[in-house]
Design a protein around this ligand. Structure first.
Ligand SMILES: Nc1ncnc2c1ncn2[C@@H]1O[C@H](COP(=O)(O)OP(=O)(O)OP(=O)(O)O)[C@@H](O)[C@H]1O
Ligand SMILES: [Mg+2]
Length: 259
């Protein structure tokens, strides 16, 4: 059964010269409960727009997005979005960042901290509760952003290039952590990335988008067993297939090869 259903979604913006920019056109896909969906596509193809629509931060110009059989009409408790840039509150320490949503719900300090601790431990940052964002590395800040999103207890976790700014080693470690959290907490994940290796490593399914206007070009179901071996023949073969599609899109657009 589909948990998230995006049906015929179109999103238009007004550009700088008041011209219409079609960010998304005729976008349709389903996502099952518990799926790990990765979305890749050239810059400007509407990936962030799509996540913002699913999160209820914006409304589609036309079409419909349903979450557990209810049309999304604004911010909702089922969904949280983690951004590419570290988005912690700089004036709050780690634990107060993580339990922010519980504080908004007026949960008293003791149970709030207990819950936050659980997620701080889950992302491997036990001992850093009192540190401030400026005192910890980028990778640690991104872990905290994920812990904060989990503390909100969403059924659907949306991540917009969350590891884009990290070095490869840290990125790989966080990918493994995210997978184990996904398995343990049984969340549904929609994860946007520019990195094909990351998509093949994480996804149950990859949607490749094209731009002008943004829409789905192709879908890959990834059945490789976990943990995935990056050097396996099957992994590399999938990597190449996704790359070929993306390169075709870029060549058609004459964008000169940048993903
Ligand atoms: N608020 C806005 N006003 C006008 N145009 C916008 C707005 N937000 C996005 N757009 C346009 O919509 C299109 C899709 O943008 P979006 O940010 O969703 O792309 P993206 O796939 O996330 O790109 P990137 O990979 O660079 O993050 C772009 O042409 C962008 O300029
Ligand atoms: Mg984006």
């Amino acid at each position: 059964m589909s948990f998230l259903r995006v049906s015929n979604v179109e999103k238009t913006y007004l550009g700088e010269r008041k011209e219409e920019v079609i960010a998304l056109s005729k976008m349709s896909f389903d996502c099952r409960d518990g799926e790990f969906l990765c979305i890749v596509g050239p810059t400007g193809c509407g990936k962030t727009t799509l996540l913002r629509l699913i999160a209820g931060l914006e409304q589609p110009t036309s079409g419909d997005i349903m979450l557990a059989d209810t049309t999304i009409q604004g911010l909702n408790r089922e969904t949280t979005l983690v951004f590419q840039q570290y988005s912690l509150f700089p004036w709050r320490n780690v634990i107060d960042n993580v339990c922010f949503s519980l504080e908004m719900k007026k949960i008293p300090k003791k149970p709030r901290y207990k819950e936050a601790k659980k997620f701080i431990d889950l992302v491997g940052l036990n001992g850093f509760e009192k540190a401030f964002p400026y005192e910890i590395s980028g990778g640690m800040q991104q872990r905290i952003a994920i812990a904060r999103a989990l503390c909100y207890n969403p059924r659907l976790l949306l991540l917009d290039e969350p590891f884009g700014a990290l070095d490869e080693r840290t990125r790989h470690r966080l990918q493994e952590e995210l997978l184990s959290i996904w398995q343990q907490e049984q969340k549904t994940v929609v994860f946007v990335t520019h990195n094909i290796d990351e998509a093949v490593f994480l996804a149950s399914r990859i949607l490749v988008m094209r731009d002008r206007p943004g829409r789905i070009e192709q879908e890959f179901k990834i059945n490789l067993p976990r943990p995935r071996e990056r050097r396996s023949k099957e992994f590399l073969a999938l990597h190449i297939r996704v790359r070929e599609i993306l390169e075709k899109i870029l060549t058609a657009n004459n964008q000169g090869g940048a993903l």
